[in-house]
Design a protein around this ligand. Structure first.
Ligand code: SAH
Length: 299
């Protein structure tokens, strides 16, 4: 990814829109586009099929265009749009710049250099092909909860354990390990997500304590955790709430993120029904003004 490194220095990125008829071609193109130096990909459904927005460092444009020509010669391709370097929030969301989560944690993609504050740890997170797992207020809020809870969890039990439900890029599990968790289990239904998690673990030199698998919550039979984080859509979360509650140690916590403010009541009620109590909420607006919430529940 030498070309991506060069481009990121002056922050020049292009957005290339490609409209594809089927998801199989979209998946192949995504893989090839990453290989050719694409830094981030957004997938949208469109009336004609699937729209891929490829965020490409300017220096990698020719290679990415060649990949599109090879994989999807029939695809409709939009004229590349330059992304203004000043559009920080879009670039951050797509994982194209460094982001300060707290005075203790800075996140950055591997191809961007960043200087951290004294005492601030850096976490390298690349999206890889983990679709739909771009950095989002819900990820930010989950990280804030981990940041806030870590000192207490550490003082209660230096061997504190974390479960990351729907790990995506692995960001929450890896952050917890950086904050001192002894063990983090991270799983996802999507094999591309667990692949990205393993790659990010390697990029950060985090090897011990991380258990990654592709699958469902049922695979974790008799384990309990000091903290369970679940950044999922409400519809994905609801069927998992009882199973999550059963895996939280007495006195431990669950963080339910990925919720819009008006979805919280239903989730709180379902969590209370299985013995969790509501002990906090963090909120953050996205670029559209929608308010995202991350609930803290306690066993
Ligand atoms: N934890 C990451 C990713 C959140 S996106 C972050 O905070 O940024 C949600 C992820 O949950 C997706 O990767 C999706 O594949 C996964 N997912 C959805 N339902 C799931 C389920 N029932 N079990 C496991 N993973 C699930």
């Amino acid at each position: 990814m030498a070309s991506a490194k060069a481009a990121s220095r002056n922050g020049e990125y292009l957005c290339i829109e490609v409209c594809l008829a089927d998801s199989e071609t979209a998946e192949i193109l995504a893989a090839e586009a990453f290989e050719a130096g694409t830094a981030g990909i957004e997938e949208r459904d469109s009336a004609d099929g699937i729209l891929l927005l490829l965020y490409v460092p300017a220096a990698a444009e020719a290679e990415v265009q060649a990949a599109i020509e090879r994989v999807a010669p029939e695809a409709r391709i939009g004229a590349p749009q330059r992304i203004a370097p000043a559009n920080w929030s879009e670039q951050w969301k797509l994982g194209l710049t460094a982001a300060e989560i707290s005075p203790r944690l800075l996140m950055r993609p591997s191809f961007v250099e960043a200087v951290s504050l004294p005492g601030q740890t850096q976490l390298i997170i690349d999206l890889g092909q983990a679709f739909g797992t771009g950095r989002h207020p819900s990820t930010h809020l989950s990280l804030e909860w981990i940041d806030a809870l870590a000192p207490t969890l550490e003082s209660r039990d230096p061997n504190w354990r974390v479960l990351d439900v729907g790990t995506g890029t692995g960001v929450l599990a890896l952050a917890a390990l950086r904050y001192g968790a002894r063990v983090a289990f991270a799983f996802d239904l999507d094999p591309l997500a667990t692949q990205a998690t393993c790659a990010n673990a390697r990029a950060n030199g985090i090897e011990s304590g991380l258990e990654v698998f592709t699958g469902t919550l049922d695979a974790i039979a008799d384990e309990t955790f000091d903290l369970v984080v679940a950044n999922l859509l409400r519809t994905e979360m609801m069927p998992l709430i009882a199973g999550i509650a059963a895996r939280v140690r007495p006195g431990g916590h669950a963080v339910f993120a990925g919720l819009l403010r008006d979805e919280c009541e239903t989730v709180i009620a379902a969590a209370r029904a299985v013995g969790l109590s509501h002990s906090g909420v963090r909120e953050m607006a996205d670029g559209n003004g929608d308010l995202w919430s991350a609930l803290l529940m306690t066993q």
